[in-house]
Design a protein around this ligand. Structure first.
Ligand code: G3H
Length: 258
């Protein structure tokens, strides 16, 4: 049993406006008892336009829910229309920034090099990256899922000092399981999460690898989370669709009660 605190993070993607966000976070706060946060860290990753509202609610009511952004610019400021910078997210007291989500890689052409720059930008401003990696269906069918995913890890972590890397969160999200209802088996999740941890030990050292939290993501719901969390190298989940339903998300957070 590791002493890593599981992180259950709800990635809302492009859902819930700022008014809906307030109602949603209030529901979560109401449903989660203080003791829930002792064993599991709970975070929401709303759209940028919701962050100020979520911050105000979390600060005002001293909620233990953490929050973060779904992306971060590699640049601090300047002529980058549409981008949101690390200093802006830090000002909103974001704990996390998701980096390299498969939808960013697929629709916005984000490469491992871009992810690497974004990981460094996040750390520069005291924000913890949730680095997303994982293979598509063709790669999985070809049996190349482990080397493919490890290459993404290598690229995103290039030249990242150990004192930063030790706090990173890595989310293994097989693309074929995202939003499809087709969840990877707990064994699939363990295979790749364990390979990522071994790679961290090679890139840095075993102590660091043992500290890093590695999440699974892809069609996680209350019905399958307990089996996934039973695997030794899985330290939480990055939850998409099921995070939009407050009751379902709370059940996922309470996976130990099942
Ligand atoms: O970031 C979350 C993942 O893309 C998983 O999404 P999903 O739970 O809807 O499959």
């Amino acid at each position: 049993m590791s002493d890593r605190t599981p992180l259950m993070a709800g990635n809302w993607k492009m859902n819930l406006n700022h008014l809906e966000a307030i109602a949603h976070v209030q529901k979560l706060a109401f449903a989660l008892a203080d003791k829930d946060y002792d064993t599991v860290e709970v975070a929401v990753l709303p759209p940028f336009t919701d962050l100020r509202s979520v911050q105000t609610l979390v600060d005002g009511d001293k909620l233990k829910i953490k929050y973060g952004a779904q992306d971060i610019s590699a640049h601090d400021s300047g002529a980058y229309t549409g981008e949101i910078s690390g200093p802006m997210l830090a000002k909103l007291k974001c704990t996390y920034a998701t980096i390299g989500h498969s939808e960013r890689r697929q629709y916005h052409g984000e490469t491992d090099q871009v992810c690497n720059a974004k990981v460094k930008a996040a750390y520069k401003h005291g924000i913890t990256p949730i680095l997303c990696v994982g293979e598509g269906l063709e790669v999985r069918k070809a049996g190349q899922h482990v080397p493919h995913t490890l290459a993404q890890v290598d690229g995103a972590l290039e030249d990242l000092p150990a004192e930063q890397a030790e706090s990173i969160v890595i989310a293994y999200e097989p693309v074929w399981a995202i939003g499809t209802g087709e969840v990877a088996t707990p064994e699939d999740a363990q295979e790749v999460c364990s390979a990522i941890r071994k790679r961290l030990a090679e890139l840095y050292n075993k102590d660091l690898a043992d500290k890093v939290r590695i999440q699974y993501g892809g069609s996680v719901k209350a019905a399958n989370i307990a089996a996934i969390m039973a695997k030794p190298d899985v330290d939480g989940a990055l939850i998409g669709g099921a995070a939009l339903d407050a009751d379902e998300f709370v059940k996922i957070v309470r996976f130990r009660d099942q």
